[in-house]
Write a protein that binds this ligand. Structure first.
Ligand code: 9G3
Length: 579
């Protein structure tokens, strides 16, 4: 490809609205352009990256027995009503009507569609297992489309659905997909980690997320320094840690704590450790047909894990309560809420709360707290459970090792679904004994466009993108330094043709631009290898520069093609080692 012909409009300036580096660089380097909020055109450079990502995914899905198909994006409401999800997903589901007034959705995912397909065609255990996948656009009307390709409203996803006869079959399909995902992200040259994950509203019980490790990642994860336990903090289980020191229960007393609203202020004022306080947070839980107020208690130095609360309650939605609700039920403002004597609210306590002896909590009276509060004597909870966030430095539940924290970008998630959809939609088969049984399902997604963005978040420097070779749009850029120097231009053209002939993906920067401009664009776009044909040509040499390491060296002009072929082959071999 000739740079003069390449449709890659690079920009000198950062786009104003770009909040994350991948958004900024993908726009500046001429990979994407915004059409509307969360809706992007993928320009030719992005198209090449996406095709490479898709190709790696296809190869690994096929290797594990997946079969590719394409399902409609336009989905009739009937199927969503049948699964019960038409009313579960509110404004996030893009809805539209046809000319007859019939309801449709733009597919945000395809569980309903694939289950409908399979229930119509699969009748016998002999046709199972079945693994069907597609790579297609998905639509979700996000409240705040942000971060460029990270949270688009239109995005590309690979989604595979597995159908098995029984749980053992599902376990095997799940293992296959776990293995495939591990190979996929390794082959892309990304630093990633599979972590245990919450299943969210989708149902089912087992799930893993594949996280690309990046400090800019939205997700917090913990991992063990001595075994392979790793989990999203939303999911990470904790053990209660008793506080040091034995204490006899003392009588409750009310103390004035004027102006002390936060845990830190109260602890400071009363000269106690924050861990001796009980933190009380009021939530509103919404169910299909009712709502309730919930008071969640954790130790003063802990944070509430809202995902755990949500799952324990089994509600559709969980919000922090507003000032007014809190005042109405507790008779005091935020900062002075406590469990003692409260009526008309469900109390949930983290398992560490009963371990605090002579605790301090809000008195449900503005400006006052209670001292010497003890679980069982002064208050109880509707349920005591693991409701807190894990913290770095805690012990691993598996092996006792130390938990470390990191941030990641979720690029894939796999779920054991069970029979939720097959039962709702009647996707059954006849087993060996002629008995009718629901198929046991799993679903497995990779955000293709998000993976491209995550690759940039993880692989860039102040000058631009540093593509891992397996997903780079091109491998090499050849830069003639002086377009007026016929020798240089001729040599550059020769190297370009030889690289093309050798099957290397190469661009020649044949623009009549200053070398500084060309180098800037080469770094910005992120070509893994740069070949500069300049002054050294008089000695028969060209300069090769490796984008990732910054290493640069002179090579004989006749050696450069072999060197590059070899370098690329070696780099790709590294990513498929032990796969
Ligand atoms: C919806 C809307 C948004 C959604 C969903 C449905 C997320 C929804 C979860 C999944 C799970 C799996 C197949 C591939 C692997 C992941 N957001 N999810 O179901 F209607 Cl508006 O999509 N789907």
């Amino acid at each position: 490809m000739r740079f003069s012909q390449l449709f890659a409009p690079t920009l000198r300036e950062d786009p104003a609205e770009a909040e994350v580096v991948s958004h900024r660089l993908l726009v500046r380097a001429g990979f994407i352009r915004k059409l509307a909020a969360g809706v992007y055109t993928y320009l030719p450079l992005a198209q090449r990256v996406l095709e490479k990502i898709k190709q790696i995914i296809r190869e690994e899905m096929d290797r594990e027995g997946g079969q590719e198909l394409t399902m409609p994006i336009l989905q009739p409401a009937e199927l969503w009503l049948e699964s019960g999800r038409w009313h579960v997903y509110g404004e996030e589901l893009f809805r539209l009507k046809d000319r007859h007034g019939r309801d449709f959705a733009l597919g945000p995912t395809h569980e309903e569609i694939v289950t409908d397909l399979v229930r119509g065609e699969v009748k016998s255990y002999r046709q199972l297992p079945l693994l069907l996948y597609q790579i297609a656009n998905k639509y979700r009307d996000e409240r705040r489309p942000r971060f460029g390709l990270m949270r688009g409203r239109e995005f590309i996803m690979k989604d595979l659905y597995s159908f098995d006869r029984d749980e053992e079959g599902l376990d095997e399909s799940y293992r296959r997909m776990f293995r495939a995902y591990t190979r996929i992200f390794r082959r892309m040259g990304l630093n990633f980690r599979p972590v245990e994950a919450d299943t969210g509203a989708i149902g089912g019980n087992v799930s893993h997320e594949f996280m690309v490790i990046a400090s800019s990642g939205e997700a917090a994860i913990v991992y063990c320094d001595s075994c392979d336990y790793a989990a999203n903090v939303e999911k990470a289980e904790t053990v209660p840690r008793p506080l040091p020191g034995e204490e006899e229960p003392l009588p409750v007393e009310e103390v004035a704590t004027p102006g002390c609203k936060t845990i830190a202020e109260v602890a400071d004022y009363l000269k106690i450790e924050p861990a001796r306080l009980i933190k009380a947070v009021v939530y509103q839980a919404f169910y299909r047909d009712r709502e309730e107020l919930v008071l969640v208690l954790v130790r003063g130095d802990r944070e509430v894990n809202e995902v755990k609360v949500h799952n324990l309650l089994g509600c559709l939605q969980l919000n922090m309560a507003g000032e007014q609700e809190i005042q109405k039920v507790c008779g005091a403002p935020v900062g002075y809420i406590g469990p003692v004597g409260l009526q008309g609210i469900k109390i949930l306590a983290d398992q560490e709360v009963p371990l605090i002896k002579n605790a301090v909590c809000g008195a449900n009276r503005e400006g006052y707290h209670l001292r010497n509060v003890n679980y069982g004597r002064d208050f109880t909870a509707y349920q005591v459970a693991d409701l807190r966030m894990v913290e770095a430095g805690e012990q691993c539940l598996r092996c006792g090792g130390k938990l470390l924290s990191a941030r990641g970008i979720e690029v894939g998630q796999i779920f054991k679904l069970g029979t939720k959809y097959s039962e709702a939609l009647g996707a059954t088969f006849l087993d060996e004994k002629g008995q009718e049984r629901p198929m046991v399902m799993g679903c497995y997604g990779i955000g293709v466009t998000r993976t491209m963005a995550a690759a940039v978040e993880q692989n860039h420097d102040e000058n631009g993108i540093i593509w891992p070779i397996p997903i780079a749009p091109y491998h090499v850029i050849v830069v003639p330094v002086n377009m007026r120097d016929e020798e240089q231009v001729r040599a550059a053209e020769e190297i370009y043709s030889s690289l093309l002939k050798a099957g290397v993906e190469v661009v020649i920067d044949d623009r009549d631009e200053r070398p500084g401009v060309k180098f800037k664009d080469a770094d910005l776009i992120g070509f893994p290898i740069r070949v500069v044909v300049g002054k050294a040509l008089s000695e028969g040499k060209v300069e090769v520069k490796i984008r990732r390491t910054g290493d640069s060296f002179l090579l004989d002009r006749n050696e450069v093609v072999d060197y590059i072929k070899d370098y690329i082959a070696k780099e790709i071999a590294k990513t498929i080692e032990e796969c």
